[in-house]
Design a protein around this ligand. Structure first.
Ligand code: MV4
Length: 521
């Protein structure tokens, strides 16, 4: 591979606009403040009092609540950069973070994107293109076929011929997909045609592109991903793996590092492959290479995510690094702060992350509302990346992720013990959360043994169903009710406390602070 090595001038980033909201916006602001870089928040109409607005040095309104009218509007983000004098944009995850057009527009405007080059985003955005390029670099991809010229199948017959030669079961996947949309499992020939039509229709609806390809279905895989990092000087390193197999309907619920199934030898192999993948697309910045890992230790490239991921804190904890700080260094044209060897030597212990969603823990439906009482876990080896505070309204317009609870330990046993302790410290009144679900997972024998895969939650009815509330949980509910009575808050009748009995969500007037739309220090 030949790399055109431009001469890079180092620049100093002084003011960063965060084109995002929620916990990730706060996560980014925290590092910016440590680096004495100014932060600019943007916010929609329903986010005027959001925590990221409270924490930033400045904040600008960008429109109505629907993301398509605010956080996704490139013109508004760019206008906010100009108005605030930001010299760089951090896109976080979701929204515009993997949008190649946005990356190009920022470049034209002379605004630094704290993220990878547009070309890398575009390449990885197409699963068929990514497969093609990865194959050329001898990266193991799942056996499959992408049709004529590798650009997808146009007709069911030729796709079916491909499926036949691959061998059932197969998956029909959308080229523009990722995250499971437009994906169909086919067990046998007779079901192929209908599945093919269904996958194309779904892909067209979801992405405006009905290109599909066929892969051998890997049974009960683990989802293992490698964190990679590249600078503008051609250095590429990896920071080990995260296991993200604990997911439900393609929504990750728990992540951990290291993966209980990955040996030092396998880590090195997967790490090298991930670094090659990043080099192949001239990657710069933080990226994640996703693999399927089989029970017998084979692994296959799935896709590369060209952003900082939700679960990046588990890697930070295990390697003792600040990945947002690395992103800024790299965007400034500076070299990576550690060599691969130095990174390897830093790996220590185990970290785990529970995603706390504002949702009904049994039916897994969003639970918008006002957080009336909140006490969050803290203490030794506990990290709480959150956008929640008492009085904030959780709207239904955005992702229901309100907090990430991360723990660290010397061993997996210890990290689980700390997670259980931390989960038990939560007191949440006003909205429902999946905290009780996490408590069940943390005592589930297969999970505790590290024996789980991407199908575990769907297969295990018991995991999704709450047991009868235990004494401690009921006492926790009573304690919160008593606290509210003492403080003269809304009556505690039917108060909902996570882990306690089900009852009506408390209502009452929400606390609200009158905030100006622009603040500057
Ligand atoms: C697969 C697979 C098994 N075999 N591909 C789901 C989302 C998309 N990124 C790819 N996905 C899968 N692709 C082959 N050939 C199983 C999945 C899969 C999965 C992957 C990662 C995390 C969770 C998952 C849950 C179900 C299925």
């Amino acid at each position: 591979m030949v790399r055109a090595m431009a001469i890079h001038k180092e620049v100093a980033i002084r003011r960063v606009l965060i084109a995002n909201r929620g916990e990730i916006a706060i996560r980014i602001i925290r590092t910016l403040r440590e680096l004495e870089i100014e932060s600019v928040a943007v916010f929609s109409d329903v986010d005027r009092c959001a925590a990221h607005v409270l924490l930033a040095d400045m904040a600008l309104p960008i429109g109505a609540a629907p993301a398509a009218e605010s956080y996704l509007v490139m013109d508004k983000i760019i206008a906010a950069c100009k108005e605030s004098g930001a010299d760089a944009v951090h896109p976080g995850y979701g929204f515009l973070s993997e949008n190649a057009v946005f990356a190009e527009r920022l470049e034209k405007e002379g605004i630094i994107l704290i993220g990878p080059p547009a070309n890398a985003m575009r390449l990885m955005g197409s699963k068929t293109e990514a497969r093609k390029v990865m194959l050329e670099s001898n990266i193991p991809v799942v056996p499959g076929e992408s049709g004529p010229g590798g650009n997808g199948f146009d007709d069911a017959v030729s796709a079916m011929v491909a499926a036949e030669s691959i061998g059932y079961p197969v998956l029909i996947k959308a080229a523009a997909g990722g995250g499971g949309k437009g994906m169909r499992m086919v067990e046998e020939k007779s079901a192929f045609e209908a599945a093919f039509a269904g996958a194309r229709r779904e892909a067209l609806n979801a992405f405006g592109d009905d290109t599909v390809f066929v892969e051998k279905a890997v049974i009960r895989p683990r989802h293992v991903e490698i964190q990679v990092f590249a600078d503008q000087h051609g250095n590429v390193v990896h920071l080990g793996e995260r296991d993200c197999s604990m997911q439900r309907r393609h929504q990750k619920v728990i992540e951990e590092s290291p993966c209980p199934d990955v040996s030092e030898e396998l880590r090195q192999k997967m790490g090298e492959v991930a670094v090659t993948a990043a080099k192949t697309c001239n990657y710069v910045g933080a990226g994640t290479v996703e693999f399927l890992l089989t029970a017998t230790g084979e692994f296959y490239f799935l896709e590369m995510n060209t952003r900082l991921q939700v679960e990046h804190p588990v890697t930070e904890m295990v390697y003792g690094v600040d990945l947002v700080a690395w992103q800024i260094l790299v965007a400034e044209g500076k070299p990576l702060p550690l060599s691969q060897e130095e990174i390897n030597q830093r790996r220590r212990g185990v970290a785990m992350e529970c995603r706390i969603y504002a949702e009904d823990p049994i039916r897994f439906l969003p639970s918008p509302g006002t957080i009336q009482t909140l006490r969050v876990p803290a203490g030794p080896y506990v990290r709480d990346d959150s956008c929640a505070y008492e009085g904030v309204e959780i709207s239904m317009y955005y992702d229901p992720l309100i907090s990430k609870l991360i723990t660290w330990g010397d061993t997996r046993e210890q990290v689980i013990a700390r997670m259980r302790r931390a989960l038990a410290e939560y007191r949440v009144v006003g909205i429902e959360t999946n905290i009780s679900f996490h408590q069940r997972v943390m005592t589930h024998p297969s999970f505790v043994a590290g024996e789980y895969d991407t199908g575990t939650i769907e297969r295990d009815e018991e995991l999704r169903t709450p047991r009868i509330a235990k004494g401690t949980e009921l006492e926790a509910g009573i304690a919160v009710a008593a606290l509210r009575d003492h403080m003269g808050g809304p009556k505690s009748m039917g108060a909902e406390v996570d882990g306690a009995t089900n009852g009506a969500t408390m209502s009452g007037s929400a606390w609200r602070s009158p905030l100006p739309t622009w603040r500057s220090r």
